[in-house]
Every structure is written in structure tokens, then in C-alpha cells.
Design a binder for this molecule. Structure first.
Ligand SMILES: Cc1cc2nc3c(=O)[nH]c(=O)nc-3n(C[C@H](O)[C@H](O)[C@H](O)COP(=O)(O)OP(=O)(O)OC[C@H]3O[C@@H](n4cnc5c(N)ncnc54)[C@H](O)[C@@H]3O)c2cc1C
Length: 418
């Protein structure tokens, strides 16, 4: 009989042109400390304050106290340079924090957009914009949302119609956005609008990548109308359709260069995808832990726990293996972002990690539900809500199909069909 070897400790080496390079899978002491601190701070919300949190999610009440805890833990400052109050420790620690929160059965989704916008501002905005917004993000007093999706453009963002026209020292914005999360609590939005027509942009060297620009816009600016979109489940933040009617934005609120928004966005969308992947990784961990605990205890026939049946054990083991592989891709993507790898290469890794971790989360929730039988459907277990959350992350912030299109084109050089 051949049983698997026990885990061994080893240091693998890669040979590249620069000589032997250590490939180290140990997390740094600082990262482990951050994860422990997050775990300690979140503990009450999984025990004595669990019902209170569920009540807030059910009633769309923003958990201000938890938000402040996130700020106090330093999560909001991970991507912000020290001169603006942050720690600049990077996306990897932040992703580990996201993963830990989700692994405790709590959704860190309220953090996602402000963190991705902070990354974008830190890497692209003028010093004045950084000075204006980043300290508030770090201390928890300023929240952001992100607005790119339009009803008539959908996945094809280059088809967006929202325009920003320069008039003197300000831009005038007209158009609409949809499915914008968290507008009700955000102070500002990072808005993507067209500053050069699609036809004019097509004539430039950059083609469709030209013509979009990012702006910081107050969510209460005169001329913005907000309509809540009723969503089939409550994920703690609302989604809105926004209408912009001659909204005036000072020209100095442009983030990065005018017409170069497609490139600037990489620094926002890549962290978003990686953090979404981290959230999914945590969800998988949570589901597998809940399911394994249940399978060890639950006895249905004689004195055998259901976890001894391979019909229950093997699907869980498969999820565990899938999760490990997906998680590695997420960690690599976060690391590559921090190492300032080429944005397109980080984009590939970010996309792959979002794809693999969302699939892993969906599979883990489903198998956990199978393991728990009827108990999976109780409100207390929360698995149905997790299924909704995991399934959403297969579609948003970017769909599985568009990720596969990206990989086919950019990694495999396959022709584009659309
Ligand atoms: C709860 C929620 C929160 C959101 N939050 C935000 C937010 O904060 N900010 C924001 O800007 N947006 C947000 N979105 C929008 C989200 O990013 C989009 O819904 C998502 O990117 C998909 O776009 P779409 O809904 O327009 O789908 P569509 O573009 O209409 O696509 C429909 C389907 O067709 C597929 N498809 C389209 N083109 C192709 C192709 N060429 N090849 C293969 N398949 C294709 C898509 O993958 C998808 O499955 C949110 C959405 C939801 C549901």
C-alpha cells in the first residue's frame, strides 16, 4: 500500500540568468501578525455580535464601527504611501487581510472599492489629489465608490457614452452609470468618462485604449441623481443607477492623464480583481472548515460520521486541492502588483486569480451545502448568502467569459472574435 508522504520542509530554487533565486512560500512575520490582528479584531463579530452584524446586513445598515476597525488595523492604508498617512506595505498583506475576514464568515466587500481606488490614486493622481483624499481614506473618514459600468455598454466599457467636456477650468459631465456599489455611503466616486469621441480615438496610435479619463467626483455633486437597484440578495451595500446632468468637476480632479484612463484603470482594476480573489479564497476556507467540522460530527447510519463516506469526503478533498491552487495564483498576483511587474502581466495574473478563486468559492459553497444536507439552508449557517456572494464574484467585477477572452488573446495570442 502506498500512502502519501508527510509534508516536508524544503527550499526550492529557481535558476535564472541572475543565478539561484530563493522561492520562499513562508509569509513574513509582519504579514502573519497582520492576519492575527485581523482575526482578533473580527472575533466578536463571529460570536457575541454575530446577530447584530447579520441584522445590519439584512437592513442595509453600514457597519461604521467595523469600518473604523478596518481603518485602525491599517487595512485602508496598505496601498497608501507613508507621507499620506499609510504604511504602503502593499497589496499582498491587504489581500491576506481580506482573505482572513472572509475565512471567518464575514464579507470584506465594503472595503473593496475604497481600497482599489486608493491604489489607483496612489499610483496615478497628482500630489494635490493625493494630499486631498488619501489621508482621509487611511483614517477611515473618506469612502469611495467606482463608476465605470453603463447600461448600453456593459462589459464593453469602450462603448461608454458618459462624456466629460472641458469648459474653462472645469469639466461638465453628462450621461449615466449603472450597478454602482456603495454610493449611499461613499463621499466620492472615481468616475470613468469619455473625453474624446470613440471615432476620434480610433484614429490615434492607441486606438480604443485612447479617449477615457478618470475623475474624482463628490457623490453629492449638484446634477447627480441616484436610483437604488433592487438586488435579489443583500450584500451589505446598495447598487445604484446614476444620472449625470451637467455635473461640474474642476479640471484639477482628473486622475492621471486626460484620455489615458484605460491605462490608469489597470492600477485600480488589477487590485480589485486580486482582492475579489482573496475574498473568494477566504470564502472557500470558511466553507471547507464548516463542512469538515460538520462531517466529523454528524452520524446518520450506526456510529459512522458522514465524513468517513467517500461520497462526502472526496468532493471536500477536491475543493481543498482546487482552493490551494487558486490561492497560490492570488498570492502571486498580489506579489507581482507589489513588485511593479508590467501592468498587463499583472492583469493576466489578476484575471486568472479572480477566475480560479471564484470558481473555487462556488464549488466549495456547493459542496459544503451538500455536506450539511438540510441544515445548509438555515439562516444561521449563512451558506445560501455565501453562495450568492460567490456567484456574484464570478460575474462582477469582470465576468468569467471576459477573463477567458483576455487570457486567450493576451496569453495565448489567439484571434479576437468581438
Ligand atoms: C452586485 C453588483 C455590483 C456591481 N458593482 C459595480 C460597481 O461598483 N461599479 C461598476 O462600475 N460596475 C459594477 N457592477 C457591474 C459589473 O461589473 C457588470 O455587471 C459586469 O462587469 C458584467 O457586465 P454586464 O452586466 O453589463 O453584462 P453584459 O456585458 O451585458 O454581458 C452579459 C453576458 O454576456 C457575456 N459576454 C459579453 N460579451 C462577451 C464576449 N465578447 N464573449 C463572451 N461572452 C461575452 C458576459 O460575460 C456576460 O456573461 C456591479 C454588478 C453587480 C451585479
Amino acid at each position: 500500500m502506498c500512502s502519501p508522504a508527510p509534508p516536508v520542509s524544503f527550499t526550492p530554487y529557481l535558476l535564472n540568468s541572475g543565478g539561484p533565486v530563493s522561492l520562499n512560500f513562508n509569509l513574513s512575520e509582519e504579514n502573519n501578525m497582520l492576519v492575527d490582528a485581523v482575526g482578533e479584531a473580527m472575533k466578536p463579530w463571529t460570536n457575541e455580535r454575530k446577530a447584530e452584524l447579520q441584522d445590519m446586513v439584512d437592513n442595509s445598515v453600514f457597519p461604521e464601527e467595523m469600518w473604523q476597525t478596518f481603518a485602525d488595523l491599517g487595512l485602508l492604508g496598505c496601498l497608501v504611501p507613508e507621507q499620506y498617512g499609510g504604511t504602503d506595505v502593499g497589496l499582498l498583506p491587504l489581500a491576506l487581510g481580506f482573505e482572513k475576514i472572509a475565512a471567518m464568515g464575514i464579507s470584506p466587500n465594503i472595503l473593496l472599492v475604497t481600497c482599489m481606488d486608493a491604489a489607483c490614486l496612489a499610483r496615478n493622481a497628482s500630489d494635490a489629489i493625493k494630499e486631498q483624499y488619501l489621508p482621509g481614506i487611511v483614517d477611515g473618514s473618506t469612502k469611495f465608490c467606482f463608476a465605470i459600468t453603463e447600461a448600453d455598454a456593459g462589459t464593453n466599457s469602450f462603448n461608454m457614452k458618459t462624456r466629460a467636456d472641458l469648459e474653462g477650468d472645469h469639466y461638465v459631465i453628462n450621461g449615466s452609470k449603472t450597478y454602482i456599489s456603495g454610493v449611499e455611503t461613499a463621499d466620492y466616486m472615481l468616475l470613468v468618462a469619455r473625453t474624446t469621441s470613440k471615432e476620434e480615438s480610433a484614429k490615434t496610435d492607441m486606438g480604443q485604449y485612447h479617449g477615457l479619463t478618470l475623475f474624482v467626483v463628490p457623490t453629492d455633486a449638484p446634477g447627480i441623481e441616484k436610483h437604488l437597484i433592487p438586488i435579489g440578495f443583500n450584500e451589505g451595500v446598495g447598487q445604484y443607477t446614476l444620472f449625470f446632468d451637467n455635473v461640474m468637476v474642476p479640471a484639477d480632479q482628473v486622475v492621471g492623464q486626460v484620455d489615458m484612463g484605460a491605462l490608469v484603470m489597470f492600477n485600480s482594476l488589477n487590485p480589485e480583481r486580486i482582492l475579489a480573489a482573496a475574498m473568494c479564497s477566504g470564502m472557500s476556507q470558511y466553507c471547507l472548515e464548516v463542512a469538515a467540522d460538520y462531517a466529523k460530527d454528524r452520524k446518520v447510519f450506526k456510529d459512522t460520521p458522514i465524513g468517513a463516506y467517500q461520497g462526502i469526503a472526496h468532493p471536500l478533498a477536491m475543493c481543498k486541492a482546487e482552493h490551494e491552487a487558486a490561492r497560490m495564483t492570488m498570492l502571486k498576483a498580489a506579489w507581482a502588483f507589489d513588485e511593479h511587474w508590467d501592468a498587463a502581466k499583472v492583469g493576466s495574473l489578476a484575471n486568472m486569480s479572480k477566475l480560479l478563486n471564484s470558481e473555487s468559492a462556488i464549488h466549495s459553497v456547493d459542496v459544503a451545502m451538500e455536506t450539511l444536507g438540510g441544515s445548509a439552508f438555515t439562516k444561521e449557517q449563512g451558506l445560501l448568502n455565501l453562495w450568492n456572494g460567490a456567484r456574484l464574484l464570478k460575474t462582477a467585477p469582470v465576468s468569467k467569459e471576459m477573463i477567458l477572452n483576455f487570457i486567450a488573446e493576451w496569453e495565448l495570442g489567439l484571434p479576437k472574435s468581438y
